[in-house]
Design a protein around this ligand. Sequence first.
Ligand code: GTP
Ligand code: MG
Length: 194
Amino acid sequence: MHVTSAEFVKSATKPANYPPEEFPEVAFAGRSNVGKSSLINVLVNRKGLVRTSSTPGRTQLLNFFLVNGGLMLVDLPGYGFAKVPLAVKKQWGPMMETYLASRRTLGCVVLILDIRRVPTEEDCQMLQWLRAYDIPTLVVVTKCDKVSKNERAKQAAVIARETGLPRDEMLFFSALSREGKDAVWGRIGELLAA
Ligand code: GTP
Ligand code: MG
């Protein structure tokens, strides 16, 4: 995908505030601090389009970005961070479920996992949710620059075991080296075309 423009459209928590259902949409999900916003920035070649932070729990809204005037990317708020206020935590489930269940233009969800971590209960729940709503899903394993090739293979096996995903359904990525960028775009294109 050759990105010529990428712009922030708006933030929302509820359907009344989502942008109109005009364009095919791809949403990015994963635990807090896993690297969702960094992945989007790499995909659109824009370092600062989406705010990234070493403080987990920074993105607490659905943030909509329009790419090339015809594809919507949505940065979803992360889950699993203990320190966000309880009120925010309680909002998260209904906010996500409403979005996943109601967004008619949603073409696929990219679920992002950290190569160094064992997938959590919440990661597995999110995968089940996506399956239950019949939403095409792409699993991207990120921060691959942080581990050796050996460690990568070992961790991929752990992730496959914990999630039940076949090994070849995961794509490896690094926001630092940009490894995997073309593969992620390619797979998104396939899922949207299916
Ligand atoms: P929340 O919005 O808080 O849920 O986080 P997020 O999932 O959007 O993560 P974000 O992209 O803000 O990245 C979190 C931290 O991880 C930042 O310090 C990033 O620089 C770092 N990071 C993200 N991706 C990578 C990667 O591929 N490699 C390395 N080394 N660091 C990364
Ligand atoms: Mg973020």
